[in-house]
Write a protein that binds this ligand. Structure first.
Ligand code: ATP
Ligand code: MG
Length: 709
């Protein structure tokens, strides 16, 4: 490299500058903050489109990574790529998930601060793939010893196991995660991964007993049926045909072209071994999976009031696989124990009640086994070296994005509430870190206008008058409480809230646009109508007492850990689903607040899972719901670009005779000399303690172009 004097653009130079510009025209800018028209959604999407067309799926907004699912394998995840990003400054290489991973890792090492990487986006946008890429990056690039290798293997192998039990084929994604996941990776002082810990959120248990058309139950059921060894299936009383099982036929979708259940079964079996399951544990686990299928095939008949189970084959299998007494189980599946005047009575269930008791048992058994599985993985990942508990942590959050469907229920309510909380965190942490950076650099903070969604979080979670409290109140109220009385209570209590709407207007008239059984929340990302049907049941999530009692008597070693006898003696009702979720989110916020965040925002390019299709309407929707324009606005409110002095000098020193080949004095003086030579006007930039801040992208582009000429 040699010193290049700045020339007033002659025709030849201009032509060269134009060719550089053409490249930018073709592939767009790799950081949205460099968009000239940064408030325009159209330019934002145009930039995404240009890059997507060139297979450039990653783009930054400052340090936030935006990723568009390519729906095809790109050659960008090789070991060479990992090496390219290792230890290299964020901005010196093109945007990549590895850059985010590496940056978090280096910050953790050099600043000794725990990190977290928050991945969000709607179903099918690529969150789980992104989190797996990050994990692989650490597994390959971090130092290893024999013990560390075991942990690395277990960290990697926890994925196929959790996906088998927690993922399913949905209309949106063939491998959709039906639970939220936060995973800590723990590193020792040498930077080697030595342990891990997983927290799971809100598994979609209803899928165990029902699937929509074109969807499936959790993968594990099909894997076991398709891949399980002959004698194992015989022992479990299973046939090699998923269509035999009521819990697998609802979606009418036994096979998926992108999924090979048989080979996935082998992967899962191996992964269970790596995690440390012994053969007995595998057997106990599969006994439970099989018993869920048998439960689904329990059919009821008989007259109203004398409901009975029509075939006892299933009960025989269930008794053996669950390790319970068949007669007691049969009674519990057909009767409800009530305590009246201190006396226990068995009251017969009607057909509908019996079916829902059976389904409740299947959901409880599966849901609790899933939690057990996560605990088991945690034990296997736990940091064994007690002599020094000091480790640093990188947390990975792979959690459901905002959901807006035709019909939104309790699940969407919880998921969208979760996203409101994450947005709160984002606001606090991003604005805080912007502000801190300005302060650290001695630059005056310029306040940024933004919408603070705390008002919506409060509406949902406030004690006594928030939506969750009102829902719980209705769940606990004996008598005529129903989904409708819940809605009425909402209207009475939060009816006047600016972010809450129902069909009722203040003057007693009604709005036509909304159903009578709906309420609408004006979320930070947009409006969502929720249908209240099923809210009370889903929030109660009750299992009849006598079913609990049967399960507490189980001889299956996993189930004895899932159904604790103490639960029976406990007079206090267990917390409702929403309250538990609220508490687990509060804990999650605490965990995340104590860490330095990085963000990955995933976008799904089309609804048909096709490569190279950029559906603009769908993408615009996601840009809105992910809050990307607001994100960009906040990031651009002050300065578009900032760089450490040494990096800035290194890159541009050839443009000024006084800084070339090496500047000997103070770095800030060097940068000052350089930018004055380049003709920067005082309003275009500021010099902080260690960084230069440039207000407009065009200033930087001119300098970049000068470099190209
Ligand atoms: P959900 O919320 O339903 O769990 P998700 O955001 O986790 O969705 P993924 O399962 O990560 O979505 O991605 C869906 C599918 O998209 C993957 O199975 C894969 O086929 C494809 N995909 C995602 N990311 C990439 C990528 N970086 N490269 C190639 N294909 C990808
Ligand atoms: Mg996923």
């Amino acid at each position: 490299m040699k010193y290049r004097p700045l020339v007033v653009a002659s025709d030849g130079v201009r032509a060269m500058m134009e060719s550089a510009l053409t490249a930018r025209d073709r592939v767009g800018v790799q950081d949205f903050v460099l968009l000239e028209n940064y408030t325009s959604e159209a330019s934002f999407i145009e930039n995404l489109r240009k890059r997507f067309k060139e297979n450039l799926i990653y783009t930054y907004i400052g340090s936030v990574l935006v990723s568009v699912n390519p729906y095809k394998d790109l050659e960008i995840y090789t070991k060479n790529h990992m090496e390219r990003y290792r230890g290299v400054n964020f901005y010196e290489v093109s945007p990549h998930i590895y850059a985010v991973a590496d940056n978090a890792y280096r910050s953790m090492r050099t600043e000794r601060k725990d990190q977290c990487i928050l991945i969000s986006g709607e179903s099918g946008a690529g969150k789980t793939e992104a989190s797996k890429k990050i994990l692989q990056y650490y597994a390959v690039t971090c130092p290893a010893s024999e013990h560390v290798q075991t942990i690395k293997d277990r960290l990697l192998q926890s994925n196929p196991v959790l996906e088998a039990f927690g993922n399913a084929k949905t209309l949106r994604n063939d491998n959709s995660s039906r639970f939220g996941k936060y995973m800590d990776i723990q590193f020792d002082f040498k930077g080697a991964p030595v342990g891990g810990h997983i927290i799971n959120y809100l598994l979609e248990k209803s899928r165990v007993v029902h699937q929509n058309h074109g969807e499936r139950n959790f993968h594990i059921f099909y894997q076991l049926i398709e891949g399980g060894e002959e004698d194992r299936l015989r022992h479990l009383g299973l046939e090699r045909n998923p269509q035999q099982y009521q819990y697998l036929v609802k979606g009418n979708c036994p096979k998926v072209s992108s999924i090979n259940d048989r080979s996935d079964w082998k992967v899962v079996r191996k992964a269970l071994n790596v995690i440390g399951f012994n053969e007995d544990e595998v057997e106990e686990l599969l006994n439970i999976i099989a018993s869920v299928l048998h439960l689904g095939n329990v059919q009821y008949g008989g007259e109203e009031g004398t409901v009975c189970i029509t075939s006892d084959t299933q009960i025989k299998y269930l008794a053996r696989l669950l390790g319970v007494n068949g007669t007691v189980l049969t009674e519990a599946l057909t009767h409800k124990k009530i305590i009246a005047k201190g006396e226990e009575l068995m009251s017969p269930l009607n057909l509908e009640q019996a079916s829902s008791a059976r389904d409740a048992l299947a959901k409880a058994v599966y849901g609790r086994t899933f939690t057990w599985l996560v605990n088991k993985i945690n034990t296997s990942l736990s940091y064994k070296d007690d002599s020094s508990k000091h480790f640093s942590v990188i947390g990975l959050l792979d959690i459901y994005g905002f959901e807006v469907f035709q019909n939104n229920s309790f699940e969407q309510f919880c998921i969208n509430y979760c996203n409101e909380k994450l947005q709160q965190l984002f606001i606090e942490l991003t604005l805080k870190s912007e502000q801190e950076e300005y302060e650290a650099e001695g630059i005056t903070w310029e306040p940024v206008q933004y919408f603070n969604n705390k008002i919506i979080c409060d509406l949902v979670e406030e004690k006594f008058k928030g939506i969750i409290s009102i829902l719980d109140e209705e769940c606990l109220r004996p008598g005529d409480a129903s989904d409708n009385t819940f809605l009425e209570k909402l209207e009475d209590t939060v009816g006047g809230h600016p972010h809450f709407v129902t069909h009722k207007l203040a003057d007693g008239k009604t709005r036509k646009i909304m159903g009578r059984d709906e309420f609408r929340l004006l979320h930070y990302a947009g409006e969502v109508n929720y249908n209240v049907n099923g809210f009370l049941d889903k929030n109660n999530d009750l299992l009849f007492r006598n079913l609990k009692e049967v399960m507490c008597m189980s001889e299956n070693k996993i189930l004895t850990q899932c159904f604790d006898r103490e639960e029976l003696s406990d007079k206090k009702r267990p917390d409702t689903a929403a309250t538990q979720f609220k508490a687990s989110l509060a804990k999650l916020m605490e965990i995340l607040m104590s860490k330095e965040p990085s963000y990955v925002r995933c976008i799904k390019p089309n609804d048909s899972k096709q490569a190279a299709r950029f559906d603009e309407v769908l993408i615009r929707h996601q840009v809105k719901y992910l809050g990307l324009m607001e994100n960009l606005r906040v990031r651009r409110a002050g300065f578009a670009y900032r760089r450490r002095y040494e990096i800035f000098l290194q890159r541009y020193k050839s443009l000024c005779p006084e800084t070339w080949p090496n500047w000997q004095g103070k770095l800030s003086d060097g940068v000052s000399t350089l930018v004055k030579h380049l003709g920067y006007k005082p309003e275009e930039y500021k010099l902080g303690r260690s960084k230069i801040f440039i207000r407009f992208p065009k200033t930087l582009f001119a300098t970049e172009d000068a470099l190209e000429t």
